[in-house]
Ligand binder design. Structure first.
Ligand code: SAM
Ligand code: SF4
Length: 338
């Protein structure tokens, strides 16, 4: 790996989250306001060639996982083409996080193009709640996409891992965590419960946060003890298997109560080319502007290295308390690259 991807604390950055679309087909209350965001004009978003040039640069520097995200990545009309061209660069893992609404019809093409991992977001199994949480209909389509992903050969523990992300919000879906975990008793999927993270202007407060320990207890209350998987430590999620036979497993992403910043290996590029070294960082570097000013790969590498040297030890240099209390992470998550 190039020294450019190692920061001042010796953290090696092997994962790139690349946003390929800023817009979204849902309006999840914890992520986006009802009216959407102040969308970036198309001319300021990365073109497909620019996306590929950046993916190639980071692959050459030593990134081993590229995760396509957004907004909703499948809003991009040429998403399959983007997957095909990035896969052709030889990146070992090419993943996508999607809300699943438009996934099912595109799944065979995405798989054939080289998508090696899939994460679907699903916070509830109740249609009324889905509407409340996302401000849109579509639960059936997401569940259909999940079943189709299993049929297409995506499964946790296999060569094409399948995960479900569920953000847990107190008083909204915290009574459903056992039911969501139950998906992993029936399907080869890792159901990952995510602690809500505070982003500006969404009206959620500290009281919305359900600590992962509480979610784990609620799952164990119904499904019995969860056994930690010590053989496969993951920097971001703590993963567990059930004490009975099950095709899937569960994980917890405790971004707020047990931050994993010390093992952070993630970099982000937003749909407009803003490069950030932390989800909570206030600063970013425009790789789009550098590309459009005809920067060479060596110059781009220097920009990346310089940004990484400034990476704070944790949470963009602010305390978890400060983040939660002000609910101010600057830009919405999707504007930073999911
Ligand atoms: N639209 C796609 C989706 O929903 O899967 C990809 C982008 S979305 C920003 C990526 C992930 O971030 C989703 O699993 C979503 O649940 C999660 N997310 C969004 N806002 C969040 C927040 N405030 N706290 C924790 N997770 C959040
Ligand atoms: Fe869209 Fe994903 Fe944000 Fe929901 S979490 S509004 S699906 S970007």
């Amino acid at each position: 790996m190039s020294p450019a991807l190692t920061d001042g604390l010796g953290r090696r950055h092997t994962t790139l989250r690349l946003s390929i679309a800023e817009r979204c087909t849902l309006r999840c209350r914890y992520c986006m306001p009802a009216e959407g965001l102040a969308w970036t004009p198309n001319r300021d978003l990365l073109t497909t060639d620019e996306l590929i040039r950046l993916a190639a640069l980071f692959a050459r520097l030593g990134v081993t996982t590229i995760r396509l995200t957004g907004g909703e990545p499948l809003v991009r009309p040429d998403a399959v083409e983007v997957v095909r061209r990035i896969a052709a660069l030889g990146v070992p893992r090419l993943a996508m996080t999607t809300n699943g609404l438009a996934l099912e019809p595109q799944l065979p093409a995405l798989r054939e193009a080289g998508l090696t991992a899939l994460t679907l977001s699903l916070d509830t199994l109740r249609a009324d709640r889905f509407r409340l949480l996302t401000r849109r209909d579509g639960l059936d389509r997401v569940l259909g996409a999940l079943a189709a992903a299993v049929d297409a050969g995506y499964r946790i523990g296999g060569p094409r891992p399948l995960k479900v992300n569920a953000v847990v919000l107190r008083g909204v879906n915290d009574d459903e965590v056992a039911a969501l975990a139950g998906l992993a008793l029936r399907l080869p999927v890792e159901v990952r419960f995510i602690e809500w993270m505070p982003f500006a202007g969404l009206g959620w407060g500290r009281e919305s946060l359900v600590p992962w320990t509480e979610t784990r207890a609620a799952v164990e209350h119904v499904h019995g003890p969860l056994i930690p998987r010590e053989d496969a430590p993951d920097a971001t999620a703590q993963t567990f298997r059930f004490s009975r036979e099950a095709p899937g497993r569960v994980g917890f992403i405790a971004s707020m109560t047990a931050p994993f910043c010390r093992g952070c290996s993630r970099l982000r590029i937003a749909a407009d080319g803003a490069f950030s070294v932390c989800l909570f960082a206030r600063e970013s570097v425009s790789l789009r502007d550098a590309l459009r000013a005809d920067a060479t790969d060596a110059e781009m590498e220097r920009l990346v290295a310089r940004a990484l040297q400034r990476k704070a030890p944790a949470h963009g240099g602010r305390s978890v308390e400060a983040l939660a209390e002000t609910a101010d992470a600057g830009r919405a998550m999707i504007a930073i690259g999911g």
